[in-house]
Design a protein around this ligand. Sequence first.
Ligand SMILES: NC(=O)c1ccc[n+]([C@@H]2O[C@H](COP(=O)([O-])OP(=O)(O)OC[C@H]3O[C@@H](n4cnc5c(N)ncnc54)[C@H](OP(=O)(O)O)[C@@H]3O)[C@@H](O)[C@H]2O)c1
Length: 288
Amino acid sequence: MARTTLPGGTWTLGDLTVTRFGYGAMQLAGQWVMGPPADHDGALAVLREAVALGITHIDTSAAYGPHVTNRLIREALHPYADSLHVVTKVGADRDEQGRWPTARDPESLRRQVRENLETLGVDTLGVVNLRLGDATGPQPGSLAEALETLAALRQEGLIRHLGLSNVTPEQVAEAQAIAPIVCVQNRYNLAHRDDDDLIDELARQGVAYVPFFPLGGFTPLQSSALSAVAGRLGATPMGVALAWLLRRSPNILLIPGTKSVAHLRENVAGAGLTLTGDDLAELDRIGR
Ligand SMILES: NC(=O)c1ccc[n+]([C@@H]2O[C@H](COP(=O)([O-])OP(=O)(O)OC[C@H]3O[C@@H](n4cnc5c(N)ncnc54)[C@H](OP(=O)(O)O)[C@@H]3O)[C@@H](O)[C@H]2O)c1
C-alpha cells in the first residue's frame, strides 16, 4: 500500500495510482548504462529501499544494460506488490559500442515489448513510453506507425497505458489523436527549461509530465544559486532541485536516479522541503 507521506502525494496514470516521487533505474546498470552494475547487491538494496520508502513508480527500459535494470528490478521486487507500477520504454536498442540505434519499426517494437515482459516477469506492462528523437533531443516527424503498433499491443492486452518520451508538442498532439497518452517523459530540470509551455499545457489536460535527468543526469546540476538556496535551508542542492520540480507543476512526477541508498533517502527528504517565494524566485532564474 502506498504511503501518502512521500513528498508530493500521488498522481494517477490512467487507472494506476503512483507516488509523485518515483525512482529512475537507468543508472543502476554498468557505466554508460551498459553491462552489470559494479555492486549487484547494492543495486538490489536501492530498489528495495525505494519500495520500503513507499515509492510506487519505477522507470526503466529493456535497453538499459541492455536488460540489466529490468532483471535487477525483477530480482529485487518480484512478485510485485499490486501498488507498484513499473514504467518502461521502447524505441531504441543497444549495439556493442553502447550506442542507442533507433528501433521503431513495428517488428522491433513488438520484440522490445516482449523483451520487457520477459525480463520484468509480467503478463502486462503498466505503462510503455514510445521514445522518439535522438541523444540531442526531440526531432520532428510523424510517430503514427510506431504508436499505432503500440496501440495494437495495448488492444491485445500486453500494455495497459501508453506514454511518450523525447517528443515535440506537435508529436504529443499527433499521438493523442491515435491513442490515450498518460504521460510525457522529456528532459527537463532547473537548468533546462525548454518544456515550460508543454508542462503547463499537459497540466491543463491532466497528463503527467515526467522529467528525465531531473538532477542533470550524467553531469549533475551545479549552480551557485542552487547551492545558495540549499545552504540557507540546510539542505542538499539535489534535494532543493527536486523540491522545486514538485512545486513547478502538480502534473510533474519525479524519477531521480541514484546508486546509493543514502542519496535516495536524502532525495526523498529534500523533495519535502518548503521553499519560500524568495527561494522560488532565485531558483526560477537559473534556467531563464
Ligand atoms: N526517456 C529518456 O530518454 C531518458 C533518458 C535518460 C534518463 N531517463 C530516465 O530518467 C531517470 C533519471 O535519470 P538519471 O538517473 O540519468 O539522472 P538524474 O536523476 O538527473 O541524476 C542522477 C545522478 O545524480 C546523482 N545523485 C542523485 N542523488 C544525489 C545526491 N543526493 N547527491 C549527489 N548526487 C546525487 C547520481 O549519483 P549517485 O548514484 O552517486 O547518487 C547520478 O549520477 C533514469 O533512471 C531513467 O529512468 C530517461
